[in-house]
Design a protein around this ligand. Structure first.
Ligand SMILES: Cc1cc2nc3c(=O)[nH]c(=O)nc-3n(C[C@H](O)[C@H](O)[C@H](O)COP(=O)(O)OP(=O)(O)OC[C@H]3O[C@@H](n4cnc5c(N)ncnc54)[C@H](O)[C@@H]3O)c2cc1C
Length: 399
């Protein structure tokens, strides 16, 4: 049996931060990370399209699921602390116009390298190709796989999203085996599958839109039309609200800054002032041409020759197609393509300030394995990093 003070299950974003934080808090504590993939931190490399959107200047105000619980971490550490943490690893960042933070190198590999090198410098031991399959309570703490004994463990296994990057839901099974409740999980920040007939000609078209889900929930930003439905940040953000197995429709407002009345008046004036204008060009000043054509078809069934023939009721229908272009939702692309898990270890069973289990003292959890998730924009990595730092620190106190 290999003995260690602090055993970290999962060497992803939260696990590597927990390891660094534990060692920095107590350099004398032995810290061992078990990672089931051949290398730690594989998912970090895939984040932000390879650029790693590692945080967001607006994270503290972000509507995380279980925000009050997440607030226990954000009350102790904010985005400034995260940036100071990364600077202490030699990693500098920049923010874009929406507060999204990226490494100055614009390369996710820099983030992973910084974390891995600091683990090595501090003497954190990492065992790759080693899956935590079982965990038991013992007199002195815990035993994992009947092979590793530890006084304290930190569960950092992530959720079920993107299993190719190692997060296969096994962290939930480990926590369940010790009596923890796992709230229902579903893929989040994932592309939406929809009725594709009305958008067949739109594959590859991007547009800005406000999206509303008929069962509740809104998101705004870019949408990308695809052969299966909708992608882009707005669609991914809307997926947070999708209820599995509940029929729903997505309504897209391509011109949220205009009221329906304003838009109808503008289109009516355009038609009146230039009656010979080919109808296919009527909406090119508002949306990409292909999208304008799809809206005209959705409104009128076919695209008329010239705009002069359009009747007032047809103009109202065109406005409706631009402001509530509706697609039946058939589901999402599922776990393989999801960025995040919604649901997870019930946060009521953890202390929000220390991330220690209320059921199993000396067991901590952080990152996505807990039932905390956010939208696109760096919020999930920031949660993983900061909660990892808090869990690691508290596990190392009194060691
Ligand atoms: C394609 C993609 C892009 C993303 N882009 C962004 C982004 O730009 N910004 C952002 O904020 N968020 C992004 N996310 C989400 C973000 O990556 C996650 O929320 C975050 O990585 C969660 O960190 P974690 O440490 O909790 O889990 P993970 O990063 O999933 O790490 C868990 C680790 O534990 C290991 N593991 C699991 N089970 C076991 C076990 N039983 N034994 C041993 N090891 C185990 C896994 O192999 C993995 O290495 C993205 C996700 C994906 C998939």
């Amino acid at each position: 049996m290999k003995q260690t003070d602090i055993l970290i299950l999962g060497g992803g974003a939260s696990g590597l931060c927990a390891a660094i934080s534990a060692k920095r808090t107590n350099p004398n504590a032995s810290v061992l990370v078990l990672e089931q993939l051949p290398r730690a931190g594989k998912k970090i490399l895939a984040t932000g399209n390879g650029r790693c959107n590692l945080g967001n200047l607006n994270a503290a105000a972000h509507p995380y699921t279980n925000k009050a619980f997440a607030g226990g971490v954000f009350a102790q550490l904010g985005t400034d602390d995260l940036l100071a943490f990364f600077r202490s690893l030699g990693l500098y960042t920049r923010a874009d116009g929406e507060g999204r933070l990226y490494p100055l190198s614009n390369t996710a590999a820099s983030v992973l390298d910084a974390l891995r090198l600091e683990c090595a410098r501090l003497g954190v031991e990492t065992l790759c190709d080693t899956k935590a399959e079982s965990v038991k309570k013992t007199n002195g703490g815990f035993s994992v796989n009947d092979r590793f004994a530890a006084e304290k463990i930190i569960v950092c296994c992530g959720g079920c999203a993107a299993p190719a990057q190692g997060s296969d839901g096994s962290g939930f099974a480990l926590l369940r085996s010790l009596g923890h409740e796992i709230t229902p999980v579903k893929p989040s920040l994932v592309q939406l599958t929809t009725d594709t007939k009305p958008i067949r000609a739109l594959k590859g078209v991007r547009a800005a839109a406000k999206l509303t889900l008929s069962t509740g929930g809104e998101a705004a930003g870019e949408v990308l039309f695809t052969e299966y439905g909708l992608s882009g940040i707005a669609a991914m953000d809307l997926s947070r609200f999708v209820l599995p197995d509940k029929p729903a429709a997505v309504s897209l407002d391509f011109l949220p800054d205009f009221s329906a009345e304003e838009l109808t008046a503008i289109i009516a004036a355009l038609c009146q002032n230039n009656p010979t204008l080919p109808a296919e060009n009527l909406l090119t000043g508002f949306v990409p041409k292909a999208l304008g054509l799809a809206a005209l078809k959705a409104a009128l069934g076919a695209v008329p020759q010239a705009v002069g023939s359009l009747q007032p009721n047809e103009i109202t229908k065109i406005t409706a197609a631009l402001k509530s272009f509706t697609l039946a939702l058939t589901g999402t692309k599922g776990w393989r393509d999801a960025q995040v898990t919604s649901g997870g270890a019930n946060v009521k069973q953890f202390d929000r300030r220390t991330l220690e289990s209320r059921l199993c003292p000396r067991l901590f959890a952080c990152g996505e394995v807990l039932d905390v998730d956010g939208g696109c924009g760096g919020f999930n990595l920031e949660w993983a990093f900061l909660s990892g730092i808090i869990a690691g620190k508290n596990a190392a106190l009194n060691e």
